[in-house]
Design a protein around this ligand. Structure first.
Ligand code: ADP
Length: 662
């Protein structure tokens, strides 16, 4: 086999004759060659180190050294040239040793034939090619693994991999450090990874994840690891099955990112949210309690001034008393607003579904404003769309509140012109009716940039003007809530100096006409003579001022009043005395109104009349309080400050069975 390559051959042989014979044979191979011959081991080493030879033939027996020592030295220098060893006699032991030391061929000098030499040179060349390729591949592999290692180490994430037997095949320093710190166990390549997770919950969790990934599933999880009480960390881990060349899962690579800071932040946000909610609730409760507390003395002020108004007074006294009553009424509106607002804020508001006469309601509201409008010298116009049928089902109490709020504002902010309430039918079907209430005024109006904010709590359009007009800035916030909570809409159009229009659209179910007395009839009834002919009533009330006011009112109607300062006293009295009915305060020391009622109604307690009518005296008029009062076994309720007509009507209604009213 001929080619054009010139082979650089190096021969180490101390025997001149053998060397000449070798060259002769080499010539006969027909290969192009350049032969360098060296007799001495040291010289040979120097030469080989300087020139890159294609093939080295080495005589085993050399003076001062043997072939094996030289061979080892050549290899130590990292010489890549293939080395064939020749000797005079065949010796298997030497052959094995030489091959072990890195020779690729061993042959007796007797076999130095052209064919053999040619074969050896070619095999050597092939060998060297393979060696070069191998070392290139090794270099590439090393470069690659260095690169990978750099990547593994340059991330702040934790990376590790396991084989099918859960043994580590790799991990980065971060992983090593994290595990060591968390579990005081040092991970080691080739050892079982699961055992490093030394907390039971962590071990079970990770084992589970390994199994899922080994079954071929790719997935991510976020989990807390370590001592939950002292030092735990959150990690977002992704599990990735490693697939081998046959498509089988040979292990799992896991990538983990520290999530602890984020989790901490999340917790802090959550905690501050709770805190904010707690504060809001505390604020709400405070407002609610405070207005509750203020209502008690208000009860006395309003009740007593109403009583005084009936006495014969000088003009001056009457005027002063009217001022007291007017101020007290105003204060009560504010307190009610605050109470309402805090109830709305804490979501404690419910709506009634009552059949009521919308026309009468509007009439009633009109009457409330006639006097005020006349006083201010402005017109008052009320107009109801004739197509609307008067009876609807909804919450008359809240409708009243909405319209009163808007009309009070309209009257308050109008100096001249007219305030109107225009009630329009928007749409109706067989069951429902949609009604729009327009409250139109010709007052000071609201600047455009304030239109959106007037509905916010504590907001007033003009702070300077408001001081002149008064108000808390809660009215519209409450009104809007009351409207939207009933799925209605509230809109506002306004032009400064010209006036404002507030429109409220509400849906009602269609109602049925009932035979209830009209407002006028009710008023007529109220005017009738009130005399209960010395009927006996038990008043259960802990507040002395409230006792005093109620006593004054009840005496006026010729009612004999007996007092109990708390629920327990009341039940004691009901064991021995007969009364036509009980007026029961709810919040009292020792035994509350609710507890006392339960005790009275329980027949095993053997009170004289377990079915005696009980009217609750409540501080608020909310449907939920009313509901509770009824559920607890009371018959009715009146709100404090006592509204005389209401109290009279309810006493009359419930006492009717036992006492004849004159
Ligand atoms: P306030 O108790 O102060 O009246 P509201 O929430 O009822 O609180 O009203 C908020 C503000 O909106 C008022 O202070 C006033 O500036 C403005 N406003 C409300 N209604 C009218 C109106 N009809 N005309 C002009 N300004 C109004």
């Amino acid at each position: 086999m001929l080619d054009n390559t010139t082979y650089k051959i190096f021969l180490v042989d101390d025997d001149e004759i053998d060397a000449m014979a070798f060259e002769r044979t080499l010539k006969k191979t027909g290969l192009e060659y350049a032969l360098t011959h060296c007799k001495n081991a040291n010289e040979a080493l120097e030469q080989i180190n300087q020139v890159q030879y294609d093939c080295i033939f080495l005589d085993y027996q050399l003076p001062g050294s043997d072939g094996l020592v030289l061979l080892k030295k050549i290899k130590e220098l990292g010489i890549a040239a293939p080395i064939a060893v020749m000797t005079s006699q065949g010796d298997e032991k030497i052959a094995v040793e030489m091959m072990k030391a890195g020779a690729f061929e061993y042959f007796p000098k007797a076999e130095v034939t052209p064919d053999n030499i040619q074969r050896i040179i070619r095999a050597g060349m092939r060998m060297r090619d393979i060696e070069v390729k191998k070392s290139n591949a090794e270099r590439l592999l090393k470069e690659n693994s260095d690169r990978l290692k750099t990547i593994l180490e340059s991330t702040r994430a934790l990376i590790f991999s396991i084989d099918r037997n859960f043994r580590y095949t790799a991990f980065n320093t971060i992983y090593h450090r994290t595990i060591s710190e968390l579990y005081t166990i040092e991970p080691e390549l080739g050892l079982h990874a699961t055992y490093d997770f030394s907390y039971e919950t962590d071990r079970v969790f990770i084992q589970n994840c390994f199994n899922r990934a080994l079954a071929g599933e790719h997935f991510g999880v976020t989990e807390e690891f370590g001592d939950r009480e002292k030092c735990s960390v959150f990690y977002e881990l992704s599990f990735n099955p490693i697939i081998d060349e046959f498509g089988n899962v040979s292990g799992v690579a896991i990538y983990g990112q520290d999530f602890t800071e984020k989790k901490k932040l999340e917790r802090e946000i959550l905690e501050s949210k709770f805190e904010a909610e707690r504060t809001a609730k505390a604020k709400s409760e405070f407002l609610s309690n405070m207005s509750h507390e203020i209502r008690t003395p208000m009860n006395a002020i309003i009740g007593l001034s109403e009583l005084l108004l009936k006495e014969s007074l000088t003009d001056k006294q009457l005027e002063n008393l009217k001022s007291i009553k007017y101020s007290a009424d105003n204060l009560l509106v504010i307190i009610n607003d605050i109470l309402d607002f805090s109830k709305i804020e804490s979501g404690k508001i419910e709506f009634e579904s009552i059949n009521f006469d919308l026309f009468s309601k509007v009439q009633e509201i009109r009457k409330t404003f006639i006097f005020k409008a006349e006083e201010k010298g402005i017109g008052l116009k009320f107009q109801v769309d004739e197509r609307i049928s008067p009876f609807v089902i909804g919450d008359p109490f809240r409708l009243n509140q909405i319209l009163l709020n808007l009309l009070s504002n309209a009257v308050k902010f109008t100096k001249e012109g007219t305030v109107s309430l225009i009630v329009d039918l928007v749409s109706e079907d067989e069951e429902n009716v949609e009604i729009k209430f327009n409250i139109v005024d010709t007052g000071i109006g609201i600047p455009k940039d304030k239109l959106a904010s007037v509905f916010e709590s504590y907001t007033q359009a003009y702070t300077d003007i408001t001081r002149r007009f008064g108000g808390t800035g809660l009215g519209l916030a409450i009104t809007r809530q009351l409207v939207t909570m009933q799925n209605g809409q509230i809109n506002i159009e306004s032009e400064p100096g010209k006036g404002s229009t507030f429109s409220v659209t509400l849906q009602f179910q269609k109602g049925v006409a009932d035979s209830q007395a009209t407002v006028d009839e009710q008023i007529a009834e109220m005017l009738e003579k009130r005399d209960f002919d010395g009927m006996s009533v038990l008043l259960v009330e802990d507040n002395v001022m409230n006792q005093f006011v109620a006593h004054q009112v009840l005496e006026l109607w010729n009612i004999k009043v007996d007092f109990a300062n708390d629920g327990l006293e009341a039940t004691d009295k009901l064991k021995v005395n007969d009364y036509a009915l009980v007026l029961m305060d709810l919040q009292m020391p020792v035994m509350s109104g609710y507890e006392a009622t339960a005790f009275i109604r329980d027949k095993t307690n053997k009170l004289r009349n377990p079915e005696i009518p009980i009217i609750a005296l409540t501080a608020d008029a909310f449907p939920e309080t009313k509901k509770k009062v009824m559920e607890e076994g009371m018959n009715d309720f009146v709100t404090k400050p006592l509204e005389q007509n209401d109290l009279y009507n309810k006493i009359k209604l419930h006492a009717l069975k036992t006492v004849k009213v004159k």
